[in-house]
Design a protein around this ligand. Sequence first.
Ligand SMILES: [Zn+2]
Length: 183
Amino acid sequence: MAGTLKEHDFEFMDVALEEARIAMAEDEVPVGAAIVYDGEVIAADHNRVRASCSALAHGEMLVLAAAAKKLGDWRLNGCTLYATKELCPMCAGACVMSRVSRVVFAVGDCAMGCLGGGPFDFSSVPMFNHRFPAVGGVRSDECLVLLREFFATKRIPRKDCSEGITSDQVKMLHKRLDKSANI
Ligand SMILES: [Zn+2]
């Protein structure tokens, strides 16, 4: 469901953006996330898929888990999640399951985005037991620069737990970023 911008969204996105920069330095896809509760950042993390060799280690998943632990409650009512990229099916689904109150993201993702910028919008499925406002485009230029820079430097193949990324895949990713930039 389309949300509206609130005061401080820009600043809180800065926390997520800083995390994305750390991910970049760690050679992870540069996506960062933060959770704000009661005007305070209670969790901030970034993509750690490569380091932890787990597709589950998206920054958004990590901050959802950290925030629940901190609050001592898996229900994250009153929490806003900030992410530098539109959430994938896993993370958008996790927001539904965690009952997050609001999501703010930067870059839309026309392929995998599940908050209205891509093929699905998990924030407002009538049959789901939780819906929340989602707003995109906050500081998207800065976050997009990081993603572009990251994929521009990708080379192939890798000899680690990631399968490596082919030049065709890189081309496809750039196309996807171009398309997403216009969301
Ligand atoms: Zn995700």
